[in-house]
Design a binder for this molecule. Structure first.
Ligand SMILES: NC(=O)c1ccc[n+]([C@@H]2O[C@H](COP(=O)([O-])OP(=O)(O)OC[C@H]3O[C@@H](n4cnc5c(N)ncnc54)[C@H](O)[C@@H]3O)[C@@H](O)[C@H]2O)c1
Length: 252
């Protein structure tokens, strides 16, 4: 697995779950990886677990000044950027009637502002150095609605169409920057564990989630990382503005 030799990657939300597994997989494929997160302790541990090819970057994705500093750190260590994976995200299990404006802004700030800022800084970094690949972590919740997912649905649907706009702009400008979105259903991560642990019977809640999936189980972080590795690689050179569903058949 050396599809990403000599490439550099920045992965947000890399201290945990999908982002952490993506960082490990891209490093396995030969890339130098910057693990960005605002959880310093877990982020440093994740980078140390990968080894010399990895660097931790302290970055709150919702803050523009943090992106400026984070990208400067990546430039100083790696020279340029070939791959950006926007995976940092938060969930919110509230309907339109019980989502406060503060909660709405919290979710938008991370999921949508964070991805918007990532794309803007990513394009700026990649366009003068021969292009690259941006992968935005949306969700099946960016494709279909849920009664208790008002802010999460809106943020992930926004990520889906922001991705297409970025892809078309970069194609029109001839930047050779591709941009695609990934749409998982339930994947076993701390985010999903928190949902289950908040239920009266966590084991039953986990079983209920798996039962919704035609393949009868949740996805693994490694399965999502495999899809991201493909989109990051030159094998996906003709793939841009597309949405990649990895959901065990849920939306079929
Ligand atoms: N796990 C699932 O079932 C699932 C399904 C569909 C989509 N997703 C999406 O995949 C992505 C990763 O989710 P996960 O399950 O790995 O979650 P997770 O909670 O395990 O990891 C999320 C990471 O994002 C970081 N983060 C949160 N806010 C941040 C901020 N402002 N700045 C920097 N980092 C921040 C957290 O510290 C954490 O390390 C999210 O965008 C999520 O919406 C997850």
């Amino acid at each position: 697995m050396t599809r990403l030799t000599n490439k550099t990657a920045l992965i947000t939300g890399a201290a945990s779950g999908i982002g952490r597994a993506v960082a490990a997989r891209l490093a396995d494929e030969g890339a130098h990886v910057a693990l960005a997160d605002f959880n310093r302790d877990a982020g440093v541990a994740a980078a140390e677990a990968i080894g010399d090819a990895a660097l931790f970057v302290d970055l709150d994705v919702s803050r523009e000044d943090a992106w400026q500093a984070g990208m400067a750190a990546v430039r100083a260590s790696f020279g340029g950027l070939d791959i950006l994976v926007n995976s940092a995200g938060v969930i919110s299990l509230h309907s339109i009637e019980d989502t406060s404006l503060d909660e709405w802004r919290r979710v938008m700030g991370v999921n949508l502002d964070g991805t918007f800022l990532g794309c803007r800084f990513g394009v700026a970094a990649m366009k003068d150095t021969g292009g690259g690949s941006i992968i935005n972590m949306s969700s099946v919740s960016g494709l279909v609605g849920g009664a208790n997912l008002a802010a999460y649905n809106a943020s992930k649907g926004g990520v889906r169409l922001l991705t297409k706009s970025v892809a078309l702009h970069c194609a029109k400008k001839g930047y050779d920057i591709r941009c695609n979105s990934v749409h998982p259903s339930f994947v076993s991560t701390p985010m999903v564990d928190d949902i289950a642990d908040g239920a009266r019977d966590p084991d039953r809640a986990r079983d209920a989630m798996a039962a919704q999936i035609p393949l009868g189980r949740m996805g693994s972080v490694e399965e999502v990382a495999g899809m991201v590795a493909y989109l990051a690689s030159d094998e996906a050179a003709f793939v841009t503005g597309s949405e990649f569903v990895i959901d065990g058949g849920l939306t079929a």
